[in-house]
Ligand binder design. Sequence first.
Ligand SMILES: Cc1ncc(COP(=O)(O)O)c(C=O)c1O
Length: 344
Amino acid sequence: MIFSSDNWAGASAPVSEALTRHASGLAPAYGNDPVTEAVSRRFSEIFERDVAVFFVATGTAANALALSAYARPGGVVFSHSGAHIQVDECGAPEFFTGGGKLRGLAGANGKITPEALSAAMADHPDGNPMHGQVSAVSISQATECGTVYRSGEIRALADAAHGRGIPLHMDGARFANAVSFLGLTPAEVTWKAGVDVLSFGATKNGCWCAEAVVFFNSDNALQFPYLRKRAGHLLSKSRFAAAQFDGYLAGGHWLANAAHANGLAQTIGEGLVAAGYRLAWPVEANEVFPVLPHSVIARLRAAGAMFYEWPADNIGSDESAVRLVTSFATDPADVARFLELAAG
Ligand SMILES: Cc1ncc(COP(=O)(O)O)c(C=O)c1O
């Protein structure tokens, strides 16, 4: 009953098999190999347009380097105050953007609104060096609250960002879960809704260690090879990152993994509500945030369930919000056992 994180899951069989398949023999280094080239083309097919794709090893690197491609002196990046770039990246976005400022915005369900964004951007008018200059907007899809931006919400944020001449970045550490929930195409969830650059996460959803930065207009990627190399993220054996994506993307495996994880999260959410508990946020992807009495948390842990407590609003003194994360590797039998224990 491990619900600690989707990062605890290993690699899925198709990903492991692809790694083995591409393991032997010699191939050009630094991304000039045939697997990297083929997988890069596959990204363009999936997104229905020519995209510029760059593999990196971590989601933090993907986010920080994506934002660095749009850095300006005194630049300000806007995101939700609970965004991973704000709270979980040890200053990497600030570091790689050359001292850029991250401005966190409040917003229900882990989402920012165009109104809050426009008001915050207005604090940084063009031509006033005292207040810095706007440089990018970043949203997480799925969000850190396990919710998912609808395409109309993304479009409205993109319009606000573009109105100030800055790009919309999407932290897609759980992109597959969001696409699966929305039932839309990857294109509809990104560039067709105004996203300029995507951190395409795959590690949490079946890969061993594979993330990609995807630029939807390759003109914006011209400096990226230098930014990535300078940051130490140009993999000499790029074919192994590519091999993982090869297995991950083939036959819709990535979306099947996400559907499995999302489905079990729904089961957990519905089961806990049926047992009388409340949820801090709606379940839309592969994370569930129930508010549980401490006695129930202790009972679940004593029986071997693993999960983290999580900050949330309106929590009483005898209860805590917890985060339950499902993945492609989550066993439905574990979910059933967990719900049985929770129901007491
Ligand atoms: C929303 C979000 N963005 C990005 C990341 C990527 O983090 P890492 O650098 O650990 O791969 C994570 C991982 O937990 C995440 O939850």
